[in-house]
Design a protein around this ligand. Structure first.
Ligand SMILES: [Zn+2]
Length: 192
């Protein structure tokens, strides 16, 4: 997936959201009419980045990769592992009820050994739902854990946005963030 040009649509009806979609190789970004040129540029840049993340992440088969890691580390195989684009403050999350794992597509372009460390973290939650010493004993078997953590911290710092692996598990289990992956819309971004 790629695009050759960006088209801006200014809408008087659109008040609080920016959205984008791909039409015939053109990335169409819709913004509210009141936006300044500077805001327009910022949002075009943001939507372009999101699109590129989505393209990069679609090249990695998460289910296959997670299944292989689960076998190697003697962990359960999850029911599903998928990319999500609405997970801005977490690299990954795990629903122990559904036994499903979600990975932020911000990790779509990281080296695979970094992605693997996030997958192992979430796979380990299928055995230990908390961050107990027993949990860490599983996760720390991954030899590149410390390097991967450093890589992720650097990424979060560079983006100016605090991001951590996962701060809660199951607390908000439900379909609340299942509304993102409806192509060709790349997702709506509320402005406030
Ligand atoms: Zn965790």
């Amino acid at each position: 997936m790629t695009f050759d040009e960006v088209r801006i649509l200014r809408s008087k009806n659109r008040r609080k959201t920016v959205s984008s979609r791909l039409i015939d190789g053109v990335l169409e970004v819709s913004i509210p009419a009141w936006m300044s040129k500077a805001e327009e540029a910022r949002w075009v840049d943001e939507m372009r980045k999101r699109f590129e993340r989505k393209s990069a992440s679609s090249e990695v088969d998460l289910n296959e990769r997670a299944a292989r890691l689960a076998r190697r580390y003697g962990l359960p195989t999850p029911s599903s592992v998928r990319w999500v684009s609405n997970q801005q403050t977490r690299w990954g999350s795990c629903s122990t009820q559904e036994r499903s794992i979600r990975i932020s597509d911000r990790l779509g372009k990281v080296p695979l050994w970094v992605l693997d460390s996030v997958l192992i973290h979430e796979l380990a939650h299928l055995v230990h739902a908390d961050h107990s010493p027993k949990f860490w004993a599983v996760v720390e078997r991954y030899p590149k854990l410390a390097r991967a953590d450093g890589f992720l911290e650097g990424m979060a710092y560079a983006s100016g946005q605090p991001t951590w692996l996962d701060n809660s598990h199951d607390s908000a289990a439900g379909p609340e963030d299942d509304l993102v992956d409806a192509p060709p819309e790349l997702g709506q971004q509320p402005l406030w």
